[in-house]
Design a protein around this ligand. Structure first.
Ligand code: BGC
Length: 750
């Protein structure tokens, strides 16, 4: 223990007091022992430092960056690090020691009200980006808090619901996102979620907080509760929950003291938690002195980042970028009062706000005009506003409609009920598209929406919730000053009924069964051959890219050797641009149910017109492995794997097959009377022995001829017969079964 002497000097009450906050945003301090307090605050895409005497939701001005669903569309870890670094600087200048974010929960259903705060439906993408965000923040000497650990995939009944998830799904999907973020980002703190997993509250889940997080993944920071997530404090200490937040009247330090006194809680567990908390305090006080942050520079960064995140979903006839001199009708109240962040604890007071209409007007000069199109305070369409907007669109060369989800549609605290835009927005878009063939729709929403008008409009930009510089960034993309390079980090379904968790989301009462298992996001759409509205990984550019060659460091490898995959990409269009190269892996033949392909590596590459680059991606054992429940470990099965390289999950440009040899032995088959002949024959130890026994036993049976003349057919025929029942086919006599079992077990023992 690092702080053994100090801890020995502390009373039981003092130690217990450190395990909860002093108030809503501060950890406890103990002047007598020179232990200072730390300040924690939200997070994740801006610093929400509460003003003295203000309500929780009114913070000091800070840069509002795009929210996670937008950031993820950049597929750019370096950019996320830059954002993290800027957030870290702002934390320091505002006196914050720990920023509550990022969130690495996977998007199980697009209905989750908090999806705007999460990165992706894919654990590799989500984990990589969360790790980059953490590295950036922590480089400034500020801690990050990776949240909400784990399986917090809905807001509905979030404080009581139990996510009922099988272990393989947890390991391969929901935990994998956190695992990557923990291992590659090394966060100072992890925030446990409100919900339960398979019946146990995350705040008292020892397997989750200690066995997996600390022992398996090597996490060395503190676990903090989500605000109000503690159910039973003593069980929490036992499970590995260090800090209860918020502090104040509801905390349960006295429970800890009583449990230790009554011998129900081992005091060394309390000491370990105190030790970890003291380490956090030390880490936080090593930071350089704070300097005010440069609001202009951070705003400029927010603009650059926002433009890198926007996804060009559609651009028929290359109507974008808008040509110089074109008359542009800007339509939609969101163009003047933009929606740029989500509701709830992540709400930031921005340092300033770019208005899309003003920014477009700056770029397009006096060639812009404007109509409201809809009202912000109602979902219902207003015929007069639509008619005025249609009139305006007709007079212009291009119409740009700003539409999306109002804040009341998606927020922390509740989920959406459907995937529709407000009727007013849908009606407006359809009406404008009917009047103006060059209609561009700019969407602002934190998560996918249905687009009943998708075939009527030639161009669509998904801008997500792009932060305070949304206005400038969208002007940059519309006019071509920035060539869009975002790709969807989640699938956009045609309709809600197509989504993987439908109709099991959000569950029955306090039970939410993850019946779709590992088939989250594109894994599901691939398995069911469902055409999405826009697939995972999709995003267009104003230029084009060719994928010409794929080359691997070895066509036959062992699973413990890294595999380098080199892909040649060329910019074949007229403009500089960036492409996200995506590498998916699929096991051609597997003994367990596996997705057809899974994202395992990606890279964003910038290319000038005509330029060609070789992109190198590296795959390790994990890229080929599945979580083997039988031996509780990641295991690769020897065989052929297909590498699919593409510009989206549904735009695969190159494929390559590699042979991978497993270094983890197949777990031996369990030999018992009802083990099937097929399983016993495929086991390398028991197979040859059983084959011999069967040949002999079958000689006098009615199947003997088949066994002799066509052994393959014979084996296929009896594959699913349990050992004990071969007797009915005239095979191994019942009285000999036990003896055969013994022989097979001996064969396994070698
Ligand atoms: C949210 C967390 C947040 C915390 C503090 C909770 O309600 O779930 O994400 O960090 O409040 O505001």
């Amino acid at each position: 223990m690092k702080h053994k002497d100090l801890i020995a000097r502390m009373t039981l009450e003092e130690k217990a007091s450190l395990l909860s906050g002093k108030d809503f945003w501060h950890m406890q301090n103990i002047a007598k022992h020179d232990i200072p307090s730390l300040t924690l605050t939200d997070g994740p895409h801006g610093v929400r430092m509460q003003e003295e005497g203000e309500t929780q939701f009114k913070g000091k001005p800070a840069t509002c960056f795009p929210t996670a669903s937008a950031l993820a569309s950049s597929w750019d870890a370096q950019l996320l690090e830059q954002v993290g670094q800027a957030l870290g600087q702002e934390c320091r200048s505002l006196g914050v020691h720990v920023l509550l974010g990022p969130g690495a929960n996977l998007k199980r259903s697009p209905l989750c009200g908090r999806n705007f705060e999460y990165f992706s439906e894919d654990p590799v993408l989500s984990g990589e980006l969360a790790a980059a965000h953490i590295r950036g923040v922590q480089r400034q000497g500020v801690g990050a808090s990776l949240k909400h650990f784990a399986a917090n995939n809905q807001e509905h009944r979030r404080m009581t619901v139990s996510a009922e998830v099988d272990e393989r799904t947890l390991r391969e999907m929901y935990l994998a996102s956190f695992e990557r973020a923990v291992k590659q980002g090394q966060p100072w703190t992890v925030m446990c979620a409100y919900n339960r997993i398979n019946g146990t509250y995350c705040s008292e889940h020892k397997w989750l907080l200690t066995d997996v997080l600390r022992t398996e993944w090597g996490f060395d920071g503190i676990v903090v509760s989500d605000w109000g997530a503690v159910n039973d404090r003593v069980s929490g200490v036992e499970a590995g929950l260090d800090l209860e937040m918020p502090g104040g009247p509801g905390t349960q330090d006295d429970e800890i003291v009583r449990a230790v006194r009554e011998g129900r809680l081992d005091e060394t567990l309390l000491d370990k938690a105190v030790d970890r908390l003291l380490t956090l305090v030390e880490r936080a006080y090593q930071a350089e002195p704070a300097v005010p942050f440069d609001t202009e520079a951070h705003h400029a960064l927010a603009r650059k980042v926002a433009s890198e995140c926007m996804v060009l979903l559609k651009n028929e006839g290359n109507i974008l970028p808008i040509q110089e001199g074109a008359q542009v009708a800007i339509i939609g109240a969101f163009a003047k009062e933009p929606r740029y962040q989500g509701g709830g604890s992540s709400h930031v007071t921005p340092t300033r706000l770019d208005v899309p209409y003003d920014e477009c007007a700056k770029h397009l000069g006096n060639h812009v005009c404007y109509a409201d199109g809809y009202r912000l305070d109602t979902d219902e369409a207003d015929d007069k506003l639509i008619a005025d907007a249609v009139q305006l669109a007709k007079t212009a060369d291009v119409a740009v409609v700003f539409a999306g989800l109002p804040e009341r549609y998606e927020s922390e605290g509740y989920d959406r009920q459907h995937l529709s835009l407000p009727p007013a927005h849908n009606r407006l878009i359809a009406a404008i598209a009917a009047a103006q063939p060059k209609t561009v729709v700019v969407l602002t929403n934190g998560a996918p929406v249905e687009m009943p008008w998708v075939n009527q409009v030639p161009a669509i930009i998904e801008a997500y919730l792009a932060g305070q510089a949304f206005g400038g960034a969208i002007a940059d993309v519309l006019t071509g000053r920035v060539n869009p390079s975002g790709k969807l980090a989640e699938t956009f379904p045609v309709k809600l009924e197509h989504t993987p968790a439908h109709p099991f989301f959000p569950g029955e009462g306090d039970i939410s069964e993850y019946r779709e298992g590992i088939f989250v996001g594109y894994r599901y759409y691939d398995a069911k051959a469902i055409e999405p509205l826009f697939p995972f990984g999709h995003g267009l550019s104003y230029t084009s890219f060719a994928y010409t060659d794929v080359d691997v460091s070895g066509e036959r490898i062992r699973d413990d050797e890294p595999l380098e995959v080199r892909i040649r990409v060329t910019n074949t269009g007229p403009r500089p641009g960036k492409e996200v190269v995506q590498l998916y892996v699929g096991d051609d033949v597997a003994s367990v149910i596996r997705p057809r392909k899974e994202l395992k590596a990606f890279a964003k590459v910038e290319l000038q017109p005509g330029e060609e680059k070789t992109v190198t991606l590296v795959l390790d054992k994990r890229a080929f492995a599945f979580w083997d429940l039988q031996c509780s470990q990641w295991r690769v099965e020897s065989g052929t794997f297909t590498l699919s390289i593409g510009s989206s999950s549904r735009d695969i440009r190159l494929t390559k097959q590699v042979q991978v040899e497993s270094t983890s032995p197949r777990p031996p088959v369990h030999v018992h009377a009802n083990a099937t002949i097929g399983d016993l024959l495929t086991d390398p130890q028991t197979g040859p022995v059983l084959r011999g026994i069967l040949q002999e036993a079958m000689q006098s049976s009615p199947l003997g001829g088949m066994a002799e003349h066509d052994p393959e057919l014979f084996e296929a025929f009896i594959r699913y017969t349990p050992l004990s029942r071969t007797a009915t086919l005239g095979g191994i006599p019942r009285q000999s079964i036990q003896q055969v079992i013994e022989r097979l077990r001996q064969a396994q023992e070698g």
